[in-house]
Design a protein around this ligand. Structure first.
Ligand code: FEO
Length: 392
């Protein structure tokens, strides 16, 4: 536990979770994460912005003790999810006069999740302000990045905006700020792919809003802060609104090598056609890396054998995940091999149908790929390359 000063009257009082390797029992976090909470001290009032995951509640409490916070006037909650709120009941007990400041949706969810007494809330509207004395909290409702309850807080006197999960990264680091693009890129893109990409349609509006404020500092709820906001705002512009690239992502699984042989043939043919290939063996890949590759892919290829009557379960998982995180790919197809039957192609095609990609003719063969199948795979590569070139 450690307190880190950001500006006069503004400190980071959260927790760094160096060892967390999985989020939501779903998202790999190979570089850990942090739960950022902030203490804002005006001349009149004191506010805590968010809390931390309850597994690290003592870090937050110790930080508040270190700062000699004997009274909290407000606890601003930007988003209900438990990694930021599960120790809220404890903080409310420790500061019995503190008032939770949040929006109506977040209040509703906090009451449902934690049974917090209704009398402890003040509900704010979009654009409303709260004066702490020389520090004004200006609230900006930002639903759907990534929950309906999400909101930001901007402090105009310090030109700092607190954006909760939006623009964050799962990166445990001793650096309060990050300015090194190489260190930032992977963690921020992985986070975007897994958490924010399904809401890409909402994102440009919020980027415009933040840019219009001309902020000096962006302070998210996970990972380091940004004192060069253009870096992360630029990445989000590209990821959310930029055109997909000349990339084909192949997510594959193979039981006895027949499907892998087809993947090898298709990969080589795509490379020969000038298409950038990213491929992931689902039996051993980090799904976060797959999600990252999908951010800017133009074509998605699910390669799977048939197991019993349908796709291999790892391919089902990949197809489900792909449909859920909603990459902006334009084309998709299925390749693989079967033994005696099944409805694998239809099953996978139906699963990724919500992406509204154009489905390219699959290459699905009985047993080992033979000459005609190899020809079909090479033709598939040509078709993908042509479509990529035409849609530039
Ligand atoms: Fe970091 Fe949506 O919670």
């Amino acid at each position: 536990m450690v307190v880190r000063k950001i500006k006069d009257g503004i400190s980071w009082v959260g927790a760094i979770d160096w060892d967390r390797r999985l989020f939501d029992s779903l998202v790999p976090t190979p570089k850990g994460t942090s739960y950022n909470a902030y203490l804002i001290r005006g001349s009149e009032k004191t506010a805590l912005l968010d809390t931390v995951d309850e597994t690290m509640e003592m870090d937050l409490i110790t930080n508040l003790m270190t700062e000699n916070v004997d009274k909290l006037d407000y606890i601003v909650i930007h988003h209900t999810e438990q990694d930021h709120t599960s120790c809220l009941p404890l903080v409310l007990d420790l500061y019995p006069t503190a008032v939770i400041v949040t929006n109506a949706k977040c209040k509703e969810l906090l009451i449902e999740f934690f049974g917090i007494d209704e009398g402890r809330f003040t509900v704010i509207e979009d654009g409303e302000t709260l004066d702490l004395g020389g520090k004004t909290l200006q609230f900006i409702l930002a639903p759907w990045v990534h929950w309906p309850d999400t909101m930001f807080t901007y402090i105009p006197e310090d030109k700092i905006i607190f954006t909760t999960d939006f623009l964050g990264s799962h990166l445990a680091t001793s650096d309060l700020f990050i300015n090194d693009p190489e260190r930032l890129y992977e963690s921020a893109k992985r986070y975007y792919a897994e958490i924010m990409m399904p809401f890409a349609g909402s994102i440009p509006t919020y980027l415009d809003k933040i840019e219009s404020l001309n902020v000096d500092i962006i302070a998210p709820s996970h990972g380091p802060l940004y004192d060069n906001p253009d870096l992360i705002l630029g990445y989000y512009r590209q990821w959310a609104a930029g055109a997909p690239k000349n990339t084909a992502v192949i997510a594959y699984v193979s039981m006895h090598g027949s499907t892998k042989k087809m993947v090898d043939i298709l990969s080589n043919a795509l490379v020969g056609e000038g298409v950038h290939v990213e491929r992931f063996n689902l039996a051993e890949s980090d799904t976060g890396l797959l999600a990252m590759a999908l951010v800017e892919a133009k074509t998605i290829i699910i390669a799977t054998p048939t197991v019993l009557f349908g796709a291999h379960p790892l391919a089902v998982y990949a197809a489900y995940l792909t449909a859920a995180i909603k990459p902006k790919a334009k084309y998709a197809t299925v390749i693989g091999s079967f033994g005696w039957g099944g409805k694998t192609v239809k099953q996978i095609s139906d699963m990724i149908a919500p992406l509204k990609c154009e489905m390219i003719e699959p290459v699905y063969v009985k047993g080992q790929a033979v000459e005609k199948d190899i020809t079909a795979l090479k033709q598939l590569a040509k078709t993908i390359a042509t479509k990529h070139a035409e849609s530039n």
